[in-house]
Design a binder for this molecule. Structure first.
Ligand SMILES: CCCCCCCC/C=C\CCCCCCCC(=O)NCC(=O)O
Length: 603
């Protein structure tokens, strides 16, 4: 008996030692990869500096001062005097040849470098962009007709495929597995004449609204050091807000375009799932091991820019052609809906300032009230609306996003090199699900009903999963029915619960993404634009913000000292109404008074 016990103990000891050894080897291997990548990144930053300097600084300054319209100049500008309406087309610097594609790309290589020095937002430069721009300029010289986005430099979120570049999602294990194909959105941009020139930072795994990982470090919010630009498309938001890109492409499965837009004071749109393609999203090293696999929680890629007008122009170019259904036959050939986007078109908009799950902090409520007022002044009709049953649907969101009780997410993160803060965020998921559920009773007894809901969210069986999918289907039917009954076209609400918080905050407050995540579950098209700035009154009112559970206490703490930080609002509508959403957001952003001191280059 003693021999058997001894053998078991020895066996276990050997097994643990072997595991420790394996892990140590893996960590050394991953650290080696990161070191290599840091060298490559440093070389690329040097390359970017040298490229930028090939164009005289004065010329770069002139081009950098042009806004999207001046550079691209493809659309009509309508200015209203009290009775007079002027319609004119701006001269197209890129189209006319006043600015060459190479000059535009090189200028933005230089501007993005400056933005990177301030915020650490760039992961890699796309060297190919310079060749690509030269080839486009060659097309002009040979008299070919020019595509609509001719020569436009575009930045791309790190996790989106661009041929020849890594999409690591912050996982060191994915370094040096470059994409062999462009993602559909990138393919469309290239066909339209745009030039992807840089890739930008993300949080490890993309399943958070902070922005950092062990490979590329943490990205700063250009409005305040120590604050996150949001995530997961945080690198894009920081880059655009700091003037380093006119247009970026992000992705969003819970708010990863919209939360960074709110935190950084820019605009962004997540279209509903049928309107852009995510085909080949998992063509990387890890294949189906991570990413995807959560039907009914609808992710999509989408544009981010300093203004909603730019986002609309890009989506118009995508949808004016048959590009989307050409690159992805699963997408219906639905074109740009000019009638919905018509200038002056009035909508009936339901609004709410709380979803009953997470009351936003004072500034985030105030800007919704201000947006309501502005839109009413523009002739839209605003009516109060209550989105039903959000707390339960947030539980369902978490259950169906993590799908397997968080096993894949934990596995991917733990076998890699996560920043320590990610590991502590994952710790609750390590607790067996039945124990999590037992602890939910304790949380309930303490009055922490929201925490208890989260503790009941991890799926333990396919029976539960099926039921949750069914409740999403029922919920979608219920919400559109309630909107139809109230004759409401779209909804206006907060974009987030806080102004840009410190980097670690989102990892403690996953529950704070409810205002955006609900529209992934509903598969609505949704966008965010800046409406205001956190001010001294918001700071004072924060004193009365609840502290009834640990999440409220943290949200209050993380929102302190935020005067001057941007605040956005969100507008969302059922699928295929993205044009209407953008019309309303443009009506809003055109009539908003920003505090010029707190905004970066407004384009
Ligand atoms: C990374 C460690 C966090 C562990 C938390 C696990 C529980 C996760 C449940 C809900 C959090 C959802 C946060 C969503 C943030 C935005 C994600 C997003 O939109 N990503 C974009 C994309 O995947 O393309």
């Amino acid at each position: 008996m003693l021999v058997v016990v001894g053998a078991i103990i020895l066996g276990l000891g050997a097994w643990f030692a072997y595991q420790r050894q394996q892990r140590a080897e893996r960590v050394a291997h991953l650290k080696g990869k990161i070191a290599q990548r840091k060298n490559e990144q440093a070389e690329l930053l040097e390359w970017a500096r040298a490229e930028a300097e090939k164009i005289p600084a004065q010329r770069r300054k002139e081009i950098g001062a042009m806004d999207f319209k001046q550079l691209l100049g493809k659309f009509n500008v309508i200015t209203r005097d009290s009775r007079l309406m002027l319609v004119f087309t701006l001269s197209a610097a890129l189209q006319s040849g006043d600015v060459t594609s190479l000059e535009a790309v090189t200028t933005y290589i230089g501007l993005s470098l400056a933005a990177h020095e301030k915020t650490n937002c760039v992961t890699m430069y796309i060297k190919e962009s310079v060749k690509h721009a030269r080839a486009l300029d060659g097309r002009r010289k040979s008299g070919e007709s020019l595509p609509p986005l001719f020569g436009l430099p575009v930045s791309i979120k790190e996790s989106i495929g661009v041929t020849g570049t890594d999409k690591t999602w912050g996982y060191a294990g994915s370094i040096h597995f470059p994409s062999t194909r462009d993602a559909p959105t990138v393919e469309m941009l290239k066909q339209l004449g745009a030039v992807p020139f840089v890739k930008t930072n993300v949080p490890l795994s993309l399943l958070s609204y902070t922005c950092g990982n062990e490979i590329y470090g943490w990205t700063e919010n250009p409005h305040k050091k120590g604050r996150t630009p949001g995530g997961s498309t945080g690198g894009e938001a920081a880059l655009i807000a700091a003037g380093g890109s006119l247009l970026g492409i992000g992705s969003d499965v819970g708010g990863s375009i919209r939360m960074p837009a709110h935190y950084a004071g820019i605009a962004g749109v997540k279209p509903s799932s049928m309107r852009l393609s995510l085909l080949r999203i998992d063509d990387g090293y890890h294949g189906p091991k991570r990413g995807g696999g959560y039907p009914l929680i609808e992710a999509n890629e989408g544009p981010m820019a300093a203004s909603m007008e730019t986002c609309a122009e890009i989506l118009k170019q995508f949808w004016d052609s048959s590009l989307v259904s050409d690159v992805d036959p699963y997408k219906p050939p639905v074109g740009w809906n000019a009638a919905q986007f018509e200038e002056g078109r009035k909508y009936r908009i339901g609004y709410y300032t709380t979803d009953g799950w997470f009351d936003p902090t004072p500034g985030c409520v105030r800007v919704v009230e201000e947006a309501r007022h502005i839109l009413q002044m523009q002739g839209h009709t605003l009516v109060p609306f209550s989105l039903p049953d959000v707390p339960e649907m947030i539980r369902v969101y978490v259950a169906t996003l993590t799908v397997d009780g968080g096993v894949s997410l934990m596995g991917s993160i733990e076998e890699d090199l996560p920043p320590a803060i990610f590991l502590s965020a994952l710790r609750p998921l390590r607790v067996p699900i039945l124990v999590q559920r037992s602890m939910a009773y304790v949380a309930s007894a303490l009055g922490y009903w929201r925490v208890a809901k989260f503790m009941r969210s991890m799926t333990k069986s396919s029976v539960e999963l099926r039921r949750d999918y069914a409740s999403i289907q029922l919920y979608r039917a219920r919400v559109v029915e309630e909107m139809r009954k109230a004759n409401i076209d779209m909804l206006l609400c907060p974009a987030q619960v806080m102004p840009a918080p410190p980097h670690e905050a989102p990892l403690h407050l996953s529950a704070g993404c409810s205002y955006t995540a609900i529209y992934n579950l509903l598969d609505f098209g949704a966008g965010v634009c800046r409406v205001g700035t956190w001010n001294a009154q918001d700071e004072a009112k924060l004193e009365c913000y609840p502290t009834s559970d640990p999440w409220y206490t943290m949200a209050k703490k993380f929102s302190k000292d935020s005067v001057g930080l941007p605040l956005g609002v969100q507008v969302a509508a059922p699928p295929f109404k993205e044009e209407a959403v953008m019309r309303v957001l443009i009506d809003l952003e055109r009539n908003v008074q920003h505090n010029p001191k707190s905004s970066f280059r407004q384009r």
